[in-house]
Design a protein around this ligand. Sequence first.
Ligand SMILES: Nc1nc2c(c(=O)[nH]1)N[C@H]1C(S)=C(S)[C@@H](COP(=O)(O)O)O[C@H]1N2
Ligand SMILES: [Mo]
Length: 258
Amino acid sequence: MKSIDKARRRFLSRVLPGGSALLLAGCDRLDQSDWFRKLLTNGERASLTVHRALIPRRAMAQEFTEADLSPFFRSNGTSNPANALWQQMASAGFSNWALQVDGLVTYPRQYSLQQLRAMPARTQITRHDCVEGWSAIGKWTGVPLARLLEDVVPTAEARYAVFYCADPMEADPASLYYESIDMEDAWHAQTLLAYQLNGEPLPVKNGAPLRLRVERQLGYKHAKYLMKIELVSSLDGIRGGKGGYWEDGHGYQWYAGI
Ligand SMILES: Nc1nc2c(c(=O)[nH]1)N[C@H]1C(S)=C(S)[C@@H](COP(=O)(O)O)O[C@H]1N2
Ligand SMILES: [Mo]
């Protein structure tokens, strides 16, 4: 299986500049043609079909202007992870940090901060609403999660993206924050892996070096201090099985639509 994939990628990187990452980015044009469809594996075909079916019905969250920015974007929950490894990476300017992307994907891989910064970025000014009763408008810059999905190619079984964070929530070092969203939100144009807030590198208090923005949902879904994204078919086997730290232990809703 692996070597067929390798051969296919080699072939594609010859016929299409940039290889398979660009290949899927360019699929709007290409997937119309039969010869191209036949090159894709069943899984790739299925995830593209799902992608197509979902995108048109996704409404965008409201976006604001610079004039609307909150003078201060507060921190909530963890403001400085009690995690020795993360602290060590922070003091090295996150040069040795990497985001792991694996699970139900065709090409698991890791991204350094530098690699993420070199990818096509999106900037959006949105309002963050916390269940605890405060809101703030901030300008976020990052890589759309969809760009990474095009790279790693989710298999047909992938239904959720699970986000693993560096910060323990309790004395137990295993009580690390985590969250999850479905593939519909994962592919959404405003779903970002943000590395900047208001034009500056993401502050520690807001989730450095990388945090999720999932603009149609409440604050607790926006996982900070990201370490890993895993694509799964079910949330059952993950920690308490309810898809997030607050969902598992504190009765919060998994879908926190605004
Ligand atoms: N890893 C991690 N992510 C997290 C939290 C947290 O404590 N740890 N708190 C959540 C909550 S409840 C909110 S409202 C937002 C707060 O984001 P901010 O600190 O940038 O204001 O992050 C969310 N993501
Ligand atoms: Mo929150």
